[in-house]
Design a protein around this ligand. Structure first.
Ligand SMILES: [Zn+2]
Length: 301
């Protein structure tokens, strides 16, 4: 028998469900679309895939972990993912408990899940004070402080996309003005260039399109400002960056590094802060969710 945790990763357009071993191995993984016509349809397909996955021979399921697009409420166990209209104020923790029969179900933010997975098994191994950042459709983050996973009061610590870096700046999806996300998300870098997705910006930048490069420069500069603020606030030693934009890291990474180094040179803290690429790939959120499913009886944050 192999120890496993039921892992659920709620993204913008799909929900991944899997079993994750203690060493981070994804034993099985299935995906369902969240772009369906009703809450019943979404809940039925999630219940079916959970039942299928939990009735697998040779595994001993310890608990369940959920990583969800934010904001979440980890006390109430509810989610409010911006892109899934059927799951507003939805009690996903209770739902998973009732359909799986698993009593220990813990929920964290999707970016916290990436941060936790990278801290335990990926680019953040050995770090003591780490921020994991997801640069994608939106921007999320999660923190490890003094070697412990730090989720905050409601589970949203590290919500770096919505710290304000431009007073009275551009309007953000969240309703606030001047957030990091309003400039630095893949979506908003694409919007600045006048296209739909970041991959199109990256392609244009690769062939030397100066407007495309300027859009990436602008986004990365605001991202670096957000990272500077995080370092100043938490005295970090490591930042790990993942998310969809990093699939064009040949374009994005050198530009982000340049702006980060520029910002950091003005901060007179001793020592350097390591800026690293996430190494666990597209399953990192699922793996992180799975790992928190093993944390019953341990510190809760
Ligand atoms: Zn915002």
């Amino acid at each position: 028998m192999k120890d496993a945790s039921l892992a659920i990763d709620v993204g913008a357009t799909k929900v991944s469900v899997g079993l994750v071993a203690r060493d981070g191995e994804v034993i099985v993984k299935k995906e369902i679309s969240s772009k369906v016509s009703s809450q019943d349809e979404l809940n039925d397909s999630l219940a079916a895939v959970i039942a299928e996955i939990c009735h697998r021979d040779g595994v001993n399921i310890f608990g369940a972990g959920i990583g969800s697009a934010g904001p979440i409420d980890n006390v109430a166990g509810t989610i409010n993912p911006v892109n899934i209209s059927h799951w507003q104020d939805f009690s996903l923790v209770d739902f998973v408990r009732s359909v799986s029969g698993i009593q220990f179900v813990r929920i964290i933010g999707d970016a916290s899940a990436l941060a936790y997975a990278e801290f335990m098994l990926g680019a953040g191994r050995g770090a003591t004070n780490l921020l994991g950042v997801v640069v994608s459709t939106g921007i999320g983050g999660g923190a490890v402080l003094n070697g412990k996973f730090h989720i905050g009061r409601t589970g949203n610590a590290g919500f770096i996309g919505h710290i304000v870096v431009a007073q009275g700046g551009d309007l953000c999806e969240c309703g606030q003005r001047g957030c990091v996300e309003a400039y630095a998300s893949g979506t908003n870098m694409a919007k600045d260039f006048g296209v739909d997705g970041f991959e199109e910006v990256a392609e244009a930048a690769r062939i030397g399109n100066l407007r495309a490069i300027a859009s990436v420069e602008k986004g990365a500069a605001f991202m670096a400002l957000g990272l500077l603020n995080a370092v100043a606030l938490m005295d970090l030693d490591t930042i790990v960056v993942g998310g969809g934009v990093m699939s064009a890291d040949d374009v994005y990474w050198p530009i982000l590094q340049k702006h980060f180094e520029k910002e950091m040179s003005a901060l007179n803290f001793p020592g350097t802060v390591a800026l690293k690429k996430a190494t666990l790939g597209k399953d990192s959120g699922l793996v992180g969710a799975g790992l928190v499913g093993f944390t019953q009886g341990r510190e809760r944050g």
